[in-house]
Design a protein around this ligand. Structure first.
Ligand SMILES: C[S@@+](CC[C@H](N)C(=O)[O-])C[C@H]1O[C@@H](n2cnc3c(N)ncnc32)[C@H](O)[C@@H]1O
Ligand SMILES: Nc1nc2[nH]cc(C(=O)O)c2c(=O)[nH]1
Ligand code: SF4
Ligand SMILES: [Mg+2]
Length: 264
């Protein structure tokens, strides 16, 4: 969808207010809807349609989807319109992402319609919100302390989101319900070895709290980087960490192939 069709909201409070107002109505704020190869995780390389909702409850400093979080941009589309666009592509897999798709109650209705039509559904989520929906793969990316937008790292302000991001980024109950109810992968964005103790602690706690087994094979380390240049700096160290700790490594194929251009 060309961004020129989209409505640009000025600030985060406005989009969040808008998203809540619109929960009672049909439709979703869509930032882009396109066909590509799944670039990340266990299904990397699978042709998929991506539906990117706008709006997020967190603000990672490195967010590669800036126009869904820091500066949300979107058009409101009805479910029928979204489904027609999805069906115009020849794919069996649909990836619902964002922004944070699970802030929107209407995401459940979309997933139900996709399930009825026989699509395999992946939901890319930060794991802070649980919803009961036909999700074939919950692709959960819990946010580490290294994602927090400190004043030095804030891409748009002076650290106004730091405290809220820090207090909201982990919700153990939501994480536990997601891994209990769905096939899942835990996909951590990693920059260097300093991220590892927090990952190990989080896994230990989740394994205690969740009534579902979590194997090391369910844990994927993904290098931080939204550009080829940045990935070139992080990926070898992250691959080494995956080998050292016995977790999986996931590439970011869309960054390697297309440098994370829009609609890739
Ligand atoms: C834009 S997020 C949308 C879904 C959800 N909000 C989340 O964070 O999981 C999609 C995926 O991209 C990852 N991601 C975002 N920015 C990244 C970056 N700079 N480097 C590596 N992965 C990144 C997220 O961790 C998540 O797995
Ligand atoms: N090709 C491609 N694969 C992806 N996997 C997860 C993505 C996302 O932004 O959630 C993504 C994306 O933006 N593009
Ligand atoms: S949670 Fe996901 S969409 Fe939200 S700011 Fe972080 S990476 Fe971006
Ligand atoms: Mg992406």
């Amino acid at each position: 969808m060309p961004v020129s069709d989209s409505v640009n909201l000025e600030n985060a409070a406005e989009i969040e207010g808008k998203a809540e107002d619109e929960e009672s109505t049909e439709g979703l704020p869509i930032n882009e809807l396109f066909s590509s190869l799944q670039g990340e995780g266990t299904l990397a390389g699978v042709p998929s349609v991506f539906v990117r909702t706008s709006g997020c409850n967190l603000r990672c400093w490195f967010c590669d989807s800036y126009h869904t979080s820091w500066e949300p941009t979107h058009a409101w589309l009805g479910l029928e319109e979204i489904l027609a666009k999805i069906e115009s592509f020849d794919a069996d897999h649909v990836v619902l992402t964002g922004g944070e798709p699970l802030i929107h109650e209407e995401s459940v209705a979309l997933l139900e319609e996709l399930d009825e039509r026989g699509y395999h559904t992946t939901v890319e989520t930060n794991g802070t919100i649980y919803r009961d929906a036909p999700i074939d793969l919950a692709s959960v990316s819990p946010k580490l302390e290294s994602s927090t937008p400190t004043p030095e790292r804030d891409p748009s302000g002076e650290g106004e989101w730091e405290a809220r991001h820090e207090s909201d980024r982990i919700d153990m109950d939501s994480l536990a319900r997601l891994v209990e109810d769905y096939d899942f992968q835990l996909k951590f964005v990693v920059t260097d070895a300093e991220d590892m103790p927090e990952i190990l602690d989080l896994l230990a706690e989740l394994r205690t709290v969740a009534d579902a087994p979590i194997s090391d094979d369910d844990v994927l380390l993904m290098p931080e980087g939204a550009t080829r240049e940045r990935l070139a700096e992080t990926r070898t160290a992250v691959a080494d960490l995956a080998m050292e700790y016995g977790f999986r490594y996931t590439p970011r194929l869309h960054v390697d192939l297309w440098n994370d251009a829009p609609e890739t």
